[in-house]
Unconditional design. Structure first.
Length: 418
C-alpha cells in the first residue's frame, strides 16, 4: 500500500497492470509501482482537487480533470504535462479514453460553487444537497491528438458524475445524481432522441466522430523544447513576489517563490525566516494573499514551503536535477529589488558544484540579483530544475540554484504528513 498526498478521489491501473495513477483532493497526481508498491513520481499542474484520472489504452498518456475546470494530458513516462484542454466554467468530474485512445470523454457539472467540495486546508465538507439539486451537466468529446473539442452532449437537469466508453468504442454512457443513465451512440448519424424509455435510460445520437486519418497522440510528438516566450508565459503565471514584515507591519525583506501545489509555494528559507508575518503577490497582479503557515523547511538546502490563503494558480512541474548537464539552456524568473516583478533571464548551466558535504548547487549564467531568491530556474521544457538562491559578488555572473530534487524530497515530506 502507498500513502497519497491528501484524500484520494480516483485511481486507475495501466493496461499492463504494472502502474497505478491516483488523483487527490490536494491537487496532486501520483504514480505508483503496482508490484513493489513504491511511489514513482508526482504530476503537479492542477491548482485544486483532482476528481478523475485514467491511462490511455497504450499506457503512454494520463488524462486528469478536477476542480480547476481543466482536463490535462500527461506523459506517463516522464511526468511532463503535454496539453491542457480548454477550461470550461465548470468542474471536471470524470474523464475516460476511448478504446483506441483517439478520443477523451469528459463529464462536467456547470457552475458548481467552490464551497461544495473539501478544501484540504480548510476542511469544508461535501454538501450533498447542493450537488443533488445542481441544474445541469454536460459530457464533452475531445480529439486526443489535436486537443480539440468534437461535441458537447447535454444531460437532462443533472450534473455528470461518471462517463465511460463501451468496449467497442461506439457508445458513451453517462450518469448523475438524478438516477438516469444516458447512452450516446457515437458512430450513428441522426437527431438526438429525447424520448425516455422505461428502464430510465435515455438514448441519444451524435454526428460521425471517428475518422480514419486521426493520428494517435504519442509523447514524442509533443516533447520538443518550448520557445523562451512559452517558457516565460508558463513561469510567470506561477511566480510570486514574497514580502515579509515585522510585528508593526513594516517591510523587512522581499524575495520570490512559485506554486508547487494547491495554495502551496516554494521559496528559500532565508527569504521568510526572520519575518513576523508576510504576504505574496502574483506577478503583475495587485491582490495580496496572506502567508498562513510555513509548512516545512530545510535549513541545509535553504528551502521552505509556504501555504497561502484563497488563491488558485497553476503549479510548475519539477524536473530531475540529477540529469542536468553543463551547457544546458536554462531560464530564471524573479523579482529583483522587490519591484522589478517578473524579470525573465536566460543563460546556461555553468557547472554542478559541491556546496558542502552531501549538498550541491547548480551554477548558472542567467543573471539574478537580490529579490530573485526563491524564484524558479527552468529547463527548456518549463520544468523547474533549481531554485535561485545566491550570487557571488566577487566575480562576474556567478549565480547559483538549489537543485530541484532537494525540493522534491521536501514536498514528499509534506505528502507523508497528510
Amino acid at each position: 500500500s502507498g500513502r497519497a498526498r491528501g484524500a484520494v478521489n480516483s485511481v486507475w491501473f495501466s493496461q499492463d497492470s504494472k502502474t497505478i495513477v491516483s488523483g487527490s483532493m490536494g491537487g496532486i497526481i501520483e504514480l505508483w509501482d503496482a508490484v513493489t508498491k513504491k511511489h514513482l513520481r508526482q504530476l503537479i499542474g492542477h491548482t485544486s482537487a483532482v476528481n478523475s484520472v485514467c491511462f490511455s489504452p497504450n499506457g503512454k498518456i494520463i488524462a486528469s480533470g478536477g476542480k480547476d475546470k481543466a482536463v490535462r494530458l500527461w506523459d506517463a513516462i516522464t511526468g511532463k504535462q503535454l496539453k491542457t484542454l480548454n477550461r470550461d466554467k465548470s468542474w471536471v468530474t470524470s474523464v475516460c479514453f476511448s478504446p483506441d485512445g483517439k478520443m477523451i470523454a469528459c463529464g462536467r457539472g456547470e457552475d458548481i460553487e467552490s464551497d461544495m467540495a473539501t478544501d484540504i486546508f480548510r476542511g469544508i465538507e461535501w454538501s450533498n444537497s447542493s450537488i443533488a439539486n445542481h441544474p445541469e451537466g454536460i459530457v464533452e468529446l475531445w480529439d486526443t491528438a489535436a486537443g480539440k473539442q468534437l461535441k458537447t452532449l447535454n444531460r437532462d437537469k443533472s450534473w455528470v458524475t461518471s462517463v465511460c466508453f463501451s468496449p467497442d468504442g461506439k457508445t458513451i454512457a453517462s450518469g448523475g445524481p438524478n438516477d438516469i443513465i444516458l447512452l450516446w451512440d457515437i458512430p450513428s448519424v441522426g437527431a438526438p432522441t429525447s424520448e425516455r424509455v422505461p428502464v430510465a435510460i435515455q438514448q441519444g445520437t451524435t454526428s460521425q466522430l471517428l475518422q480514419e486519418n486521426v493520428e494517435t497522440l504519442t509523447p514524442q510528438e509533443i516533447t520538443k523544447p518550448l520557445t523562451p516566450q512559452e517558457i516565460a508565459e508558463t513561469a510567470l503565471a506561477s511566480t510570486v513576489l514574497i514580502v515579509m514584515e515585522d510585528s508593526n507591519g513594516q517591510p523587512l525583506n522581499s524575495g520570490s517563490g512559485f506554486f508547487v501545489g494547491s495554495s502551496m509555494i516554494a521559496t528559500n528559507l532565508h527569504v521568510v525566516k526572520d519575518g513576523f508575518k508576510g504576504y505574496v503577490k502574483r506577478v503583475g497582479m495587485n491582490t495580496r494573499y496572506p502567508i498562513v503557515k510555513i509548512v516545512v523547511t530545510d535549513s541545509r538546502q535553504d528551502l521552505a514551503i509556504l501555504r497561502v490563503s484563497d488563491v488558485e494558480a497553476p503549479s510548475l512541474a519539477l524536473g530531475d536535477s540529477d540529469i542536468v548537464k553543463t551547457g544546458d539552456p536554462i531560464y530564471a524568473v524573479g523579482n529583483p529589488a522587490g519591484f522589478l516583478e517578473g524579470t525573465f533571464t536566460e543563460g546556461n548551466v555553468s557547472g554542478m558544484r559541491e556546496f558542502q558535504i552531501g549538498s550541491k548547487r547548480i551554477q548558472i549564467s542567467a543573471p539574478i540579483s537580490e529579490g530573485s531568491s526563491g524564484g524558479p530556474v527552468l529547463n527548456n521544457k518549463a520544468e523547474v530544475i533549481g531554485v535561485a538562491v545566491s550570487t557571488f559578488r566577487g566575480g562576474q555572473n556567478l549565480n547559483f540554484a538549489v537543485p530541484s530534487n532537494y525540493l522534491s524530497e521536501l514536498l514528499n515530506k509534506v505528502r507523508r504528513k497528510k
